[in-house]
Design a binder for this molecule. Structure first.
Ligand code: UT7
Length: 331
């Protein structure tokens, strides 16, 4: 039996809107303050896509184009495009289809994957399985969310948390031991609706009432989600390390979903990693949902060496959570 080839990341791209919304700006909008936001979340500012005619697909297109340019390949070489998002331009067609057309990926099929803050991780492993099976040679994985489109900027408990942004990675078969080694994913259906957007789906289609009652915005029971996220992200990181016989010394980088610095610190402590090995950019971008992990990879790519051991970890709405163990494959 030929050895199955691992899927490895061979390029990274990103897009961040230029417009910054700082904690001080938010002080003018809701009853909050910079000190509270920084100490409770670690966030100092976030990016907002202000153009009315641009949304998630636009950010995904820009991130995808950058990844393709970095790799030096044409879009028509792409076999599949998967976009992790909870803020697609439309309920359908998928934003991935809009991205496919715009970048000229004429040979690719494309679809969105909805797993909230785990959208990028779940998309990455879906794409990796396609590469490992040999059915696809080049898969583009995009994590993109225009969270500002579903935020109530009069609700201080949610509007301070999120930002807009996108990241993209290219997956190809690896010729060596680098690439995605293992993953663990979990789901525990949140029937209590502790983190959700009440209306706009088939249960509560848009009506004048749903708009008046602000049901098209994110709602979150922050304290409940915080507790679950703290336990979930730490547990799943330990789980993947244990089953791959990895100790803290073996890990070069923890790449955590950026929802709250306190959740990230708790995960790093549990795993036993010093902060210098933990990617953290929440202060600049807030929680960009599917964008956080590829944006970390983009920001840190110059510091990554081929063969570095990375643990990617996330927890989000659904509930969905998971971890990926990969050996960095770019020189
Ligand atoms: O990525 C998807 C997964 N999501 C998450 O992982 C988010 C998880 N949750 C969290 O990160 C945190 O729960 C929050 C940052 C959302 C909230 O922090 P917290 O420490 O859990 O605060 P809290 O909700 O317990 O609220 C504490 C107090 C409350 O006042 P009282 O009732 O103690 O008087 C809130 O009303 O802080 C108040 N508060 C605020 N004060 C100033 C809530 N939001 C704000 C605000 N500014 N923006």
């Amino acid at each position: 039996m030929p050895q199955t080839k691992r899927a490895k990341i061979t390029a990274v791209g990103h897009f961040l809107p230029e417009s910054r919304l700082t904690n001080h700006d938010l002080e003018q909008m809701v009853d909050t303050n910079d000190e509270w936001i920084r100490t409770r979340t670690g966030i100092e500012e976030r990016r907002i896509l202000k153009d009315k005619d641009k949304a998630t697909a636009y950010m995904g297109i820009r991130a995808a184009e950058e990844a393709l340019e970095q790799r030096g390949i044409d879009a028509d070489e792409i076999d599949v495009i998967i976009t992790g998002t909870v803020t697609p331009d439309y309920l359908f067609p998928a934003s991935a289809c809009l991205i496919q057309k715009a970048i000229g990926a004429s040979n690719a099929y494309a679809f969105d994957l909805s797993a909230a803050c785990s959208g990028f991780l779940f998309s990455l492993t879906t794409g990796a399985n396609m590469i490992e099976s040999g059915r696809a040679k080049k898969v583009l994985i995009i994590g993109a969310d225009k969270m500002s489109s579903i935020l109530d900027f009069t609700d201080r408990s949610t509007c301070i948390l999120f930002g807009d942004g996108a990241g993209a990675v290219l997956l190809e078969a690896s010729d060596d031991e680098t690439g995605i080694v293992d993953y663990v994913h979990h789901t525990d259906g949140d029937t209590n609706n502790t983190l959700y957007q009440p209306a706009g789906g088939s249960l509560n289609p848009a009506t004048i009432e749903t708009v008046k009652e602000k049901k098209h915005y994110v709602r979150q029971d922050g304290r409940t989600v915080f507790k679950k996220a703290t336990v979930g992200m730490a547990d799943v990181s330990m789980e993947i390390m244990k089953r791959n016989d990895l100790s803290a010394e073996d890990i070069d980088w923890l790449v955590p979903h950026q929802a709250n610095k306190r959740i990230i610190d708790a995960t790093a402590n549990r795993v036993g990693l010093p902060s210098k090995k933990v990617m953290l950019n929440i202060q600049k971008y807030g929680n960009t949902t599917s964008g956080t992990i590829p944006l970390c990879l983009y920001d840190w790519q110059d510091q990554l060496n081929k063969g570095d051991n990375l643990i990617l970890a996330s927890f989000g709405g659904g509930y969905t959570w998971g971890a990926i163990y990969l050996k960095w494959g770019i020189e």
